[in-house]
Design a protein around this ligand. Structure first.
Ligand code: URA
Length: 444
């Protein structure tokens, strides 16, 4: 079997067999198939798509490219969550410790930034000393000790995703339904969780632009989970504007810390409580979604979630003082510049994608595979859809370390807002739920 024939078959719209998919994934991970052929294959998949059988085979091949964890000796039930990628999405930093603080273990393999969307690993690495590259043994020991770990794919765990994820980021092949579904579900299956909550982002600042596309992605992933005997709930959540206020690695860690301490932005806190409630429900920690939400609220109120976050930081080598005093001790940009409203009005549109791309321009994301990133830079959004703003009031503040990059980001961000005379309704947080147990429903 030759890689070039598999690429050509997909390029011409053919359906790949399980064997061909496995051959390609295994060859790529071993280094027999080079990056340029894998890039061509991803582009062929991007344009031609995959059937649900092909996507399931790709997921399976990726999951089995490394070890498949079994965590049942640690706890009878382990939960996990994953976001399909958005702007300002720091949900894991709050929800994983919150859920773990109830005694329900969370063992999570996260990703790095992809295109305009941020990545949990990059955010965590803005905490001085924090290690995301754990060995399999370190990963397992930490879940057993504190019931919480957030780490990268490794040579032992889903190595195929580790390579493909970075390659897709650099070859404009991220926005592909089968590639996203297989990347996410391979990590979830290999991570050993019994129950999984998927946060499927939809809108202008997400890989899925319409509710229809997001629903198709959610159904594909829920189907893969069902096939593997996992309980899966997918939330379709709005990503037309950034989640919370902060976008950029250290800025987002600071906002997550504020949320864990009970004074985060209302929309972000509400989003976290909903995701956590679904995890607690699937983890059988509460009899109903309302009870699960109340339990989640209590874990924030009591400080238990914040304590568990600090335990994770300490176990992964991070500087506790930096998270206790994020404004002083996390990386900070040298230059800050407010972007003022040109006139009074109501915010009708606040382009999340532009804010994400501006953050990449500032150095907070990667333009090509392996680029180093600047953890300090980003954007803090002050006004969101539905808010009233007066002329000259700051719409956002840009955090930069380089004057030229700041100027380029400013030009992009000027176009991110649309102000109108008449009042505008705030955006909803969620657009629906799809789950292995109850099918599809419209609300959260
Ligand atoms: N998150 C992932 O883990 N993979 C993707 O492809 C997109 C978002």
């Amino acid at each position: 079997m030759r890689a070039v024939d598999i690429i050509a078959k997909k390029r011409d719209g053919g359906q790949l067999s399980e064997e061909e998919i496995r051959h390609f994934v295994e060859g790529y991970v071993r280094g027999d198939i080079p990056d340029y052929q894998a890039a061509a294959w991803c582009m062929a998949i991007f344009f031609q798509g995959m059937t649900s059988e092909e996507t399931a085979a790709l997921t399976e091949a990726m999951a089995h490219s490394g070890e498949m964890l079994d965590l049942h000796h640690i706890a009878p039930r382990v939960v996990d969550k994953h976001s399909s990628g958005g702007v300002g999405d720091k949900t894991t930093l709050v929800v994983a410790p919150l859920v773990a603080s109830t005694g329900l273990p969370v063992a999570k393999m996260s990703g790095r930034g992809l295109g305009f969307s941020g990545g949990t690993l990059d955010k965590l690495e803005s905490i001085p000393g924090f290690r995301v590259e754990l060995s399999r043994d370190e990963f397992m020991t930490q879940v057993a000790r504190i019931g919480l770990v957030v780490a990268a794919q490794t040579a032992e765990l889903v190595p195929a995703d580790r390579h493909l994820y970075a390659l897709r980021d650099a070859t404009a092949t991220v926005e592909s339904l089968p590639l996203i579904a297989s990347s996410i579900m391979a990590k979830k299956l290999a991570g050993g969780a019994d129950a999984i909550v998927l946060d499927v982002k939809v809108g202008q600042g997400a890989f899925m632009r319409t509710v229809g596309e997001a629903r198709a992605l959610a159904e594909l992933m829920v189907g893969i989970g069902r096939h593997h005997g996992r309980d899966v709930t997918a939330l379709l959540s709005d990503m037309n504007q950034p989640l919370g206020h902060a976008v950029g690695n250290a800025l987002e860690v600071a906002e997550a810390v504020a949320t864990l301490q009970g004074h985060g932005p209302a929309d972000f806190t509400d989003h976290c409580l909903t995701v956590a409630a679904h995890m607690l429900l699937l983890g059988q920690k509460a009899p109903s979604l309302d009870a699960a939400r109340e339990l989640a609220r209590e874990q924030l109120r009591s400080g238990a979630a914040w304590d568990r976050f600090k335990a994770m930081v300490a176990h992964q080598g991070g500087d506790i003082e930096a998270v206790e005093a994020p404004q002083e001790a996390l990386p900070r940009a040298r230059l800050t510049e407010p972007l003022a409203a040109p006139r009074a009005g109501h915010v009708a549109h606040m382009a999340a994608r532009e804010v994400g791309l501006a953050t990449v321009i500032l150095g907070g994301g990667r333009e090509k595979k392996g680029d180093a990133i600047d953890h300090a830079v980003g954007v803090v959004v002050h006004k969101k859809v539905g808010d009233r703003v007066e002329a000259g009031e700051p719409l956002m503040t840009i955090h930069a370390n380089d004057a030229e990059r700041l100027a380029a980001a400013r030009e992009r961000l000027k176009k991110a807002y649309r102000l109108v005379e008449e009042p505008v309704a705030p955006l909803p947080l969620f657009h629906g739920v799809i789950s292995t147990s109850s099918g599809s429903t419209p609300g959260p």
